[in-house]
Design a protein around this ligand. Structure first.
Ligand SMILES: NC(=O)c1ccc[n+]([C@@H]2O[C@H](COP(=O)([O-])OP(=O)(O)OC[C@H]3O[C@@H](n4cnc5c(N)ncnc54)[C@H](OP(=O)(O)O)[C@@H]3O)[C@@H](O)[C@H]2O)c1
Length: 344
């Protein structure tokens, strides 16, 4: 990752804490901050110090000698940070899986279309609602295989007339992004342009029970122009990030900078989750295990990704919470441990 040196000395910033700090007057390093309207997340704390200088009436309560000692011990207001900042949203991953980490029953079973065997073993739970309520994400993030079977052949689309180059700009229609009823993006990674949409969030095309949710597609420069033209006809916003596939980091940065997204909840913990983890883009992982073993050799599983290279390390996690739930389910909640400058 290329690091750009930035100086914030004397600049006003709004600090962001994922959880309220335990010590209000002496908070730990924040999880992020807003600077000039852009949200940055803190990757790593390299140095911190606290300003013990008293101000206003409080300053007059100290003897000059004590005030000088306090000022020398501390430094400027609250906390100063040096290091790598990222301007991407917080990313949380959630999945409900069998004990062996299977996301579905067999390679081509897309659960969106329903499967009575899955319904019988994976009882409904409240974890998704808890995550929505707690983190209040501005975007959901899904993989294309969660919407269409990985071997499905999409319906052909009409050829593009005119300059296809113009389609490879981000498409963010004002009326959609500033719609007063909008509250969350249903974001889908689809570099190959495979998904044909029924529910887009447009009037008359709202997914049942998901009013205020609008479709947003992440595409790449290799996405067929016919697909981009199709999205424009359907008034579906899209962001172009990456060449052959979606550059997930760039896409997340665009979500933050262009649409003000500060938190993303991805409910695709398989291949998309794996790609996000390998790119160092995950902050929190929530997995609910239900008591069944599905097995298989090609059945989608948690965090599928390229095998680790000799110089790569597993992604380390820190347990935040473990809950045994009804019907033998276990919910594990972890945060990702940021190690050195490698992390994103
Ligand atoms: N139990 C659960 O909680 C749960 C949740 C979700 C889904 N599911 C089930 O899991 C199955 C689908 O999961 P899946 O793991 O096969 O696929 P998936 O995560 O739904 O889809 C793969 C996604 O990852 C993207 N991707 C992969 N590698 C990438 C990379 N290096 N850079 C950028 N993008 C990358 C693909 O992009 P492109 O499209 O651009 O190639 C695609 O959008 C379905 O059966 C579904 O029903 C279960």
């Amino acid at each position: 990752m290329e690091l750009k040196p930035l100086r914030f000395i004397g600049e006003p910033i709004e600090v962001l804490f994922d959880r309220p700090p335990a010590l209000e007057k002496k908070p730990d390093c924040p999880n992020g901050f807003v600077w000039r309207g852009q949200t940055h997340r803190v990757v790593e704390e390299l140095a911190a110090w606290v300003d013990y200088t008293r101000r206003g009436r409080m300053a007059r309560n100290m003897s000059p000698r004590h005030a000088a000692a306090a000022a020398a011990r501390g430094i400027r207001l609250s906390i100063q940070m040096r290091g790598a900042f990222m301007s991407r949203p917080k990313v949380i991953i959630y999945g409900s899986v069998s004990l062996d980490g299977r996301l579905t029953l067999a390679p081509d079973v897309v659960l969106l279309f329903g499967d009575k065997r899955w319904d019988a073993i994976a009882a409904p739970s409240h974890v998704y609602e808890w995550l929505m309520f707690t983190h209040k994400p501005q975007a959901l993030l899904e993989g294309s295989n969660s919407l269409v079977s990985r071997h499905s052949i999409p319906d052909p689309l009409p050829p593009v007339t005119g300059d296809p180059g113009e389609l490879y700009q981000d498409f963010l229609p004002e009326a959609v992004i500033h719609h007063p009823a909008h509250y969350i993006w249903f974001t889908v990674v689809d570099s190959r342009g495979r998904v044909r949409w029924f529910y887009t969030g447009e009037p008359g095309k709202e997914a049942p029970g998901a009013e205020g949710q609008h479709l947003l597609v992440l595409v790449a420069r290799h996405t067929p122009a016919e697909y981009l033209a199709y999205l424009q006809r359907e008034n579906v916003p899209y962001l172009v990030a990456g060449e052959e596939r979606v550059d997930l980091r760039l896409a997340l940065e665009k979500l933050a900078s262009q649409l003000g997204v500060r938190c993303v909840l991805s409910t695709s913990p398989g291949k998309l989750g794996g790609a996000l983890v390998r790119a160092g883009l995950v902050d929190e992982v929530n997995v609910e295990f239900f008591p069944a073993i599905i097995g298989g050799t090609e059945t989608p599983t948690l965090f599928e990704s390229p095998d680790l290279q000799a110089d790569e390390w597993p992604t380390r996690l820190r347990l935040l919470e473990a809950q045994v739930q009804a019907e033998g389910r276990v919910w594990l909640r972890y945060e990702v441990v940021r190690e050195g400058r490698r992390a994103g």
